[in-house]
Design a binder for this molecule. Structure first.
Ligand code: PEP
Length: 249
């Protein structure tokens, strides 16, 4: 049995004051014991969120990490080693905003995944196609290539300590959600690709769906066989909505 996971990506949002309010509101939420919950604030707010959520079963993660672990001359970067020191136990890797806006290649994403694992963090590997790629019938090929790159760099055993998030780019922040069937098709393909290397690991890995998940559409997505929870952007900034999504998992 795969334990459902709901993760909130706060992106480049929040001030210390608004983050303090969100922490207080999250502390009041009723999260189901069977669901794992994690939030990913900006790294500026990591220590604030870690200490603010102490005593609550909510893990805290970073939204990105450097491709190299450790310390050194890399101005503006934050390594997994530093993020662990700040209290983060999870990290998003390969979010489409980083792939497409910051130009992160499959190879860099794979290195970040390896660096995170080397520091004991759990990476959430984000995969997804653009609208043009979907319209051209290339969804499974694109997602398959993104996954293959990390499989080549990290090996299938790494997926015992990682999760995957399928996030169609056209659904992120747009209000357009993949239908449960569209998402399930890709989730099943991701699991099958992992199963070709190791069936037991593939059966155990959690594959989250992300892309305009809201309290109203979460349950029908989470009902699908290969959807093991969600990566939530906009709706994770509202504690009541995020709580409702967690209760739907
Ligand atoms: C995301 O950025 O990971 C995401 C899923 O965003 P949203 O829920 O706002 O579409």
């Amino acid at each position: 049995m795969r334990r459902p996971l709901v993760a909130g990506n706060w992106k480049m949002n929040g001030t210390r004051a608004s983050v303090a309010e969100l922490i207080e509101a999250l502390r009041l939420q009723d999260f189901p014991a069977g669901v794992e919950v994690a939030v990913f604030p900006s790294s500026l707010h990591l220590t604030q969120v870690v200490s603010g959520l102490q005593g609550r079963a909510i893990a805290v993660g970073a939204q990105d990490c450097a491709a190299e672990a450790g310390f050194g001359a890399l101005t503006g970067e934050e390594s997994a080693s530093q993020l662990v020191d700040a209290g983060a136990s999870w990290v998003l890797v390969g979010h489409s905003e980083r792939r497409l806006i910051m130009g992160e290649s499959d190879e860099v994403v794979s290195k970040k995944f390896v660096a995170a694992l080397a520091c004991g963090m759990t990476p959430a590997l984000c995969l997804g196609e653009t609208l043009e790629q979907r319209q051209a019938g290339q969804t499974l090929e694109v997602v398959g290539r993104q996954l293959a790159s990390v499989l080549a760099g990290a090996g299938v055993a790494a997926f015992e300590k990682a999760v995957v998030a399928y996030e169609p780019v056209w659904a992120i922040g747009t209000g357009l959600t993949a239908t449960p069937q569209q998402a399930q098709e890709v989730h099943a393909a991701i699991r099958e690709q992992l199963a070709r290397e190791d069936r037991r690991i593939a059966d155990g890995v959690r594959i989250l769906y992300g892309g305009s998940v809201k309290a109203e559409n979460a349950a029908e997505l989470f009902e699908m066989q290969d959807i093991d929870g969600g990566l939530i952007g906009g709706a994770s900034l509202k504690a009541n909505d995020f709580g409702a999504i967690c209760r739907a998992a």
